[in-house]
Each structure stands twice: as structure tokens, then as C-alpha cells.
Design a protein around this ligand. Sequence first.
Ligand SMILES: [Zn+2]
Length: 159
Amino acid sequence: MDILIPFAQTGRIGAARLGAELKDVVQELGPPWDYGSSTGADGLPYLYAYGSLEIAVCHAHCQVIDAVMVQTDWTTMEWPSQEPGQPQTFPGRPTYDEALRALDEAGCPWENYQPLTLEDQCAIRVPASGATFVFATDEGEKPVLCSVSVAQHRPHPCG
Ligand SMILES: [Zn+2]
């Protein structure tokens, strides 16, 4: 929650924010730990990861960030620490109640988000940043937080 609440309020995690370039994040966090297998016209992957932090970029060489996602449905989440390449770990899978309590305690307004509320999931959105929280509702009684993300709705014009 120490990561998720500031992300929900501002829509950014350090250098990782919509419209920034991947190289700004690499400067801050070092080389990505992993990357996706699909590539764009310039042969570069779209998706980069530092443990539970994922960054999607436009499909060309400029690598402008068009989505920032935190995957929270890992039993143990991994996160960049102060030491480049050394992950810090903490328990994942916060519940719906924990997430909403933390937002309320931080005074961060949110609303139900119907476009991502489906049979097996529900979602809320923080209007201030556009951050969307998606919860799985099909794994027992308490919905579990799967991810928190921000995404550009208009693709970068280079594409
Ligand atoms: Zn671009």
C-alpha cells in the first residue's frame, strides 16, 4: 500500500509515468529485469518489467511509456530496491477491503469503474490520476487485488 497509494494519487512511480520515455526509467532503476516477447516495427519489445512493476511502451524506437502497471496478484511481490538489480520482496494479494481502507485513510477519492466490472472481477478508478484497481472476485469470499494501472487512451502518434 505504501507503493500503491502514492501511485493511485499521482499516476506515476518515480520516472515511470505516462508520456515519459523508457530510458528515463532505465536511468533511475537500471536495465529492466525482463521483457515481453512481442516486438514492434523497430524490433523492440513493448513490455518491460522490474518484478511486479511493468511498463508498456509505444511500438517504435522512441519507447514512450503508454501504460504503467503494478501486478499485485503474486504471493510474493518483487520490487526495485535502492540497490540496482536487487529486488526487495513483500507479500502481495491485498484484499478489496485493505485497498479501499488505505485509499480512504489517505483521503484519496475513488469511484466504481463499470467498464472493467465483469462476472469474475470488479474495478475501481481514482479520478485524480486515472489509476484503475482490478480485483478478482472468483477466488473465495474476499476479492483480491490483481493489478493497479494507468494507461494512455490515445496511442503515441509515432505508431
Ligand atoms: Zn512512440
